[in-house]
Design a protein around this ligand. Structure first.
Ligand SMILES: [Ca+2]
Ligand SMILES: [Ca+2]
Ligand SMILES: [Ca+2]
Length: 483
């Protein structure tokens, strides 16, 4: 019995000795794990091969080269033994598996002063605003453009040009008169004539302009013109840049127009009108006139001017006896006589509110006078004794945008031709309206491009031109797409 037991032990011992001699785990190479029971070698994750020392062993899988990584498209993949890593590229942030654009424009000082930052996927750019020039990037300077030093950069013509930071002013007055269809330019202070051009119109020959007034909100000039073939007078708009009068409708013989600050237009008819010496409101779109007051007294000459600071309308009327009255618009029949008969002013030809409860008054003798709310008459400093003949109305030259667009609005359908004035436009490679490429564009000169607008949803957008220069020309919030 004892002998048999030993024999069994010997058999077991002999079994172990045979098993050690063929241990499958000894065959497994580095980075492999052994399954002794199954007698297999398996490469660790990130490695491939048969796992055996005598075979192919375990070699690193290059996940980056074999598209086995899960890095974001905006990340770089770095291979490593048994693994890999992902890192977002510059301009993106995240864990490498998911990378999002960095909005560099959200940080203060991303661009220079007087420049606008434009974010883009993975990057951003800076552009000096209109009227400034430079790279626009942080640490650089966007310098004011002196438009007055260049004949092509300012539109002042014979007006005096005054350079300002980021813009420029044209100092002067546009003037019209009743007996010739002309648009004159006058010196802002002396009222001396600088130059004049003829006013043209599709409606007929313009033989005189009775009055003109500027819309306080839109800046559009509305005028009353004498046009051949038009009965009475023509109501319409006057483009000060082109001297083109566009008729809206035929109206009675209005001698004076005046806007309220909210854009309500008032007009008064003269002594020669069908409905004489009557104040109306006038519809800007149709020219339809609605009677709001009827005046009596006074001979030729009917002019109204509004003092927005006192909310009072003033009326100048008559020739040999020239009166000045004031009234509240709600009670036009309750008028206060300010001056019963001017001594230094003949028939008033036109008036314009000049601030501080005072009016510039032009009279039949081509004199310029300042009249305050009490009727005190003075001659403005520097005014010449006799200005350009028969002036009926003046409008100060509008401040011009240095890098301007004409026109500044168009339809959402696109297809409008826009002229851009800027600098360094030669070789432009792209023109964008709100980030959308122009339908087409033509570089006319280094300072001018004509572009055809693309279709853009109703909005006011930046216009950006890409040039070979290291910066873009940009007109911020410069063009409006309207339905
Ligand atoms: Ca790897
Ligand atoms: Ca970005
Ligand atoms: Ca300037």
């Amino acid at each position: 019995m004892k002998k048999i037991l030993l024999g069994v032990i010997a058999l077991v011992a002999a079994g172990c000795g045979d098993s050690a001699a063929v241990d499958p785990c000894l065959e497994c190479g580095p980075n492999a794990t052994c399954d002794a029971a199954a007698a297999t070698c398996t490469c660790a994750p990130g490695y491939s091969g048969d796992g055996k020392k005598t075979g192919t062993g375990c070699t690193d899988v290059d996940e980056c080269a074999t598209n086995k990584d899960n890095c974001d498209t905006n990340a770089t993949c770095t291979n490593s033994p048994g693994s890999f890593s992902c890192a977002c590229t510059d301009g993106y942030m995240g864990n490498g598996v998911a990378c999002n654009d960095v909005d560099e424009c959200g940080a203060a000082g991303a661009c220079a002063d007087h420049a606008t930052c434009m974010n883009a996927a993975g990057t951003f750019s800076c552009a000096c605003d209109a009227g400034f020039t430079g790279a626009g990037t942080a640490g650089t300077t966007c310098a004011d453009v002196d438009e007055c030093a260049s004949a092509t950069l300012n539109t002042c013509g014979s007006f005096q040009c005054g350079n300002t930071e980021g813009a420029f002013d044209c100092n002067g007055l546009y003037a019209v008169e009743a007996f010739d269809g002309i648009l004159a330019r006058l010196d802002a202070k002396t009222h001396d004539l600088l130059d004049l051009v003829s006013v043209t119109s599709d409606a007929g020959e313009v033989t005189g302009i009775t009055t003109m007034v500027k819309h306080p909100v839109t800046g559009v000039i509305y005028a009353i013109a004498k046009v051949t073939g038009v009965t009475g007078r023509a109501f319409g708009t006057l483009n000060l840049d082109t001297a083109v009068f566009t008729m809206i409708s035929a109206v009675d013989r209005f001698s004076s127009l005046e806007f309220l600050p909210d854009g309500t237009l008032y007009g008064v008819t003269g002594a020669g009108a069908m409905v004489r010496k009557t104040m109306h409101t006038i519809d800007l779109t149709t020219g339809a006139a609605t009677v709001v007051a009827t005046f009596t007294g006074g001979a030729d000459g009917e002019h109204i001017c509004y003092d927005p600071d006192a909310a009072l309308m003033y009326r100048f009327s008559g020739n040999s006896t020239s009166v000045m009255e004031s009234f509240a618009l709600a009670t036009p029949d309750a008028r206060t006589v300010v001056v019963a008969d001017f001594t230094d002013i003949s028939e008033v030809f036109g008036c314009r509110y000049a601030g501080n409860h005072s009016f510039l008054v032009y009279d039949i003798a081509s004199q310029v006078r300042m009249v305050d709310a009490t009727g005190t008459v003075t001659t403005p400093t520097d005014a010449i004794a006799q200005m350009f003949q028969d002036v009926r109305a003046t409008v100060p030259a509008p401040m011009a945008a240095p890098h301007r667009l004409t026109p500044v609005s168009g339809t959402i359908a696109g297809g409008d031709t826009v002229t851009l004035h800027g600098i360094g436009l030669t070789g432009a490679t792209a023109v964008e309206f709100g980030g959308i490429a122009a339908a087409s564009f033509t570089v006319v000169s280094d300072t001018e491009i004509t572009a055809v607008t693309p279709a853009v949803v109703a909005s006011t957008v930046d216009v950006v031109v890409t040039t070979p220069l290291p910066f873009k020309a940009k007109w911020p919030a410069a063009f409006t797409f309207a339905p």
